[in-house]
Design a protein around this ligand. Structure first.
Ligand code: ATP
Ligand code: MG
Ligand code: FE
Length: 335
């Protein structure tokens, strides 16, 4: 089967073709980051307009790369939520138009299911498994007993991990999105600032990052007031150590408690070098659990992951009609 994936939930206009759920035939991502940088974040109106301008050429390039036409495509998989509603609607309507024009079945995909299924482009999944989803809008531990089944066993109560990275980066006057800049700075510094590890109640798999973010902001303000210099490399390293420690600790505990065979890292923050090496180290000591980490290009938003998740849903008989809508707050357990 060939599945054509479409992703427009935020600031990447993306399309891809996946063969048999696991093999990338074409993968095209057009990023708008340059247009949003000067505003320090994604501007929804600008995002929608860019998607409209880019989507046709992204589709054409995808078919060209694959040397296929829509006649060869068995299903269209498109992100129907969560995300910016105006941005989602561009992909959803493009998907519906192609499905209608060529008589191809249509499957709506949850964006986070896509992030998780990026792992299937690397290696086959074995169940039960646990996925640590860390992105710009989400921080969740997701338990999967089989394909297409998602149980959220823990989630952030305030900021997402990526959001905390981006806010801390702004405090340090780094460009948007700041995650990769903090990651690079952290590699040059040491954990000297003694920032808190926020673990919440004993046994909880939930997360909280807003207190840590405030601790970083206070550290910078207090230094300014005393006329002292902060050492950005060390502050970045201290912040990253705090995030990575808590994420690693809770993921290891959940993997043991739920007796999973695999742990899958997913989402944009999965590109973080500190997090990748901390998880690799932790799971190298647990023989029963296999750790999967997608390559950097499949961690941030792309349509290959949407087509990978869409293939499984398509094979399970899931379909959406031409009345499909964009859902900014789509629920992972219900969609
Ligand atoms: P969601 O997937 O929750 O809807 P999103 O699609 O905007 O949100 P992604 O594209 O998955 O989020 O990830 C983007 C986030 O990943 C940004 O917050 C960015 O700073 C962060 N990020 C990217 N690379 C790194 C890195 N190396 N270290 C830390 N954070 C990173
Ligand atoms: Mg993005
Ligand atoms: Fe994403």
């Amino acid at each position: 089967t060939f599945v054509f994936g479409i992703e427009t939930s935020c600031d990447e206009t993306a399309a891809a073709i996946i063969k048999n759920g696991t093999e990338i035939v074409a993968n095209v991502v057009s990023s708008q980051i340059e247009s949003h940088k000067r505003f320090g974040g994604v501007v929804p109106e600008i995002a929608s307009r860019h998607h409209v301008e880019q989507i046709i050429s992204v589709f054409e390039e995808t078919l060209e790369q694959a040397e296929l036409t829509f006649q060869h495509i068995d299903a269209i998989a498109v992100t129907k939520g969560p995300g910016l509603v105006g941005a989602l609607l561009v992909g959803v309507n493009a998907g519906k138009a192609i499905a209608f024009a060529h008589g191809i079945p249509l499957v709506g995909v949850h964006h986070i299911a896509g992030h998780i299924y990026a792992n299937r482009l690397v290696q086959e999944m074995s169940f039960p498994l646990l996925s640590l989803v860390v992105s710009g809008g989400h921080t969740e531990l997701v338990y999967m007993k089989e394909h297409g089944s998602f149980e959220v066993i823990g989630e952030t109560r305030d900021d997402a991990a990526g959001e905390a990275y981006d806010k801390v980066a702004r405090t340090l006057n780094l460009p948007y999105p700041g995650g990769p800049y903090i990651d690079r700075l952290a590699a040059e510094g040491n954990d000297t600032y003694a920032l808190p590890r926020i673990r919440l109640e004993e046994g909880s798999f939930d997360f909280s990052f807003s207190g840590l973010k405030s601790a970083v902001i206070n550290t910078v303000h207090n230094a300014e007031q005393r006329g002292e210099e902060i050492i950005p490399e060390n502050l970045a390293a201290s912040f990253q150590a705090s995030v990575v420690d808590v994420l690693t600790e809770k993921t290891v505990r959940a993997a043991k408690e739920y007796g999973v065979k695999q742990v899958l890292l997913a989402g944009g923050v999965a590109a973080n070098k500190g997090l990748r090496s901390s998880l690799e180290h932790a799971f190298s000591e647990i023989d029963q659990v296999e750790l999967l980490i997608p390559p950097l290009s499949l961690c941030t938003d792309n349509a290959a992951m949407i087509a990978a998740a869409g293939t499984v849903l398509f094979e399970q008989g899931k379909r959406d009609g031409l009345d499909m809508n964009g859902h900014p707050g789509l629920d992972l357990e219900q969609f």
